[in-house]
Design a protein around this ligand. Sequence first.
Ligand SMILES: [Zn+2]
Length: 337
Amino acid sequence: MVTIVKPRDYPIDLRQLEAIRRNYRFNDAKSLEIESEIINREMGFRGERQLDYYLSMITDEPIYVLHNLRLCGQNMYFEIDTILLSPFFCLLIDVKNYKGHLYFDQLLKQCIRTYKENKEGIQDPISQSEMHLYCMQDFWKNNNLPVTTFLPLVVIAFATTSVSTNQGLEKNLHQMVIHSHHLIKRLQTVYKSHPKKIFTKNQLQTISKFLLSKHVPKCPSAMKKLSLQPTDFHQGVQCPSCKLFSMIWKVAKWYCPSCGAISKNAHYQALSDYFLLHNPSITSAQFQKMMDLPTMDVSRRLLQNVQGLQKIGNTYNTTYAPKTLDWLSTDDVQNSH
Ligand SMILES: [Zn+2]
């Protein structure tokens, strides 16, 4: 029985990239770069979801799962793709979404990826996984958590990705690197080699709750990564129908002079993108300017009526911020039009 303590959220950096694609106003080499970043990130997310499919098949022992848990170690943050807490051991999984062929050089501690005739060195997943193990053991000790056995594992998301290693070390590689479809089989082997029960169900619950409380959300900046400036984006409110940034506020509605579309909530998307890309909060004066609204009153009223925003500060200095980081998922925005 699997309990998901921390689900795998839609990645915030992917949401930022999608916001960038919506708002970027040029059609140039940078647009291609944005597009290729999105494809890579989507593939990564798809790979992680692939693992979830196999995890959902586990039915026997109680297992507590935390996805994308980011913890603060002694000197640095570290994030583990999936933690599997069982009564017998704790599996630390790093998911890799590379396509093509991966050659793990276990002697030189490096990894070479071949894809479409291109050869490139990538960060060695085994070394990374060992690093995570070290950080986790340290974290565990510093927080006086009851001792368990940690097992690091690299999971290759796609069945079509082939792997190889130094001659004679194939068995060794298989200990540390598996494909996601092999996960269930691997778990069965690990259960056999670790038969001693260490944790009760209650202890597992307490530990996983504690871990969750220590999660530090990441604040990535896709804009910074792509060297983009606020001036690279369209101004105003995008029309949900013709996609032009042309909407104007007229008689308590958004109206598109270009295609005639009418919307009550077209500003939701603009706000969501603003929070994702520019600032985690907004004042009514900033909102009025950004949306080109006729008065501060209209601006304030619109902000106050947006679901899921909280007011911060006093009457003279109010800012509005989303209550949660995943405020307005793309679906919510689409449904609100
Ligand atoms: Zn339109």
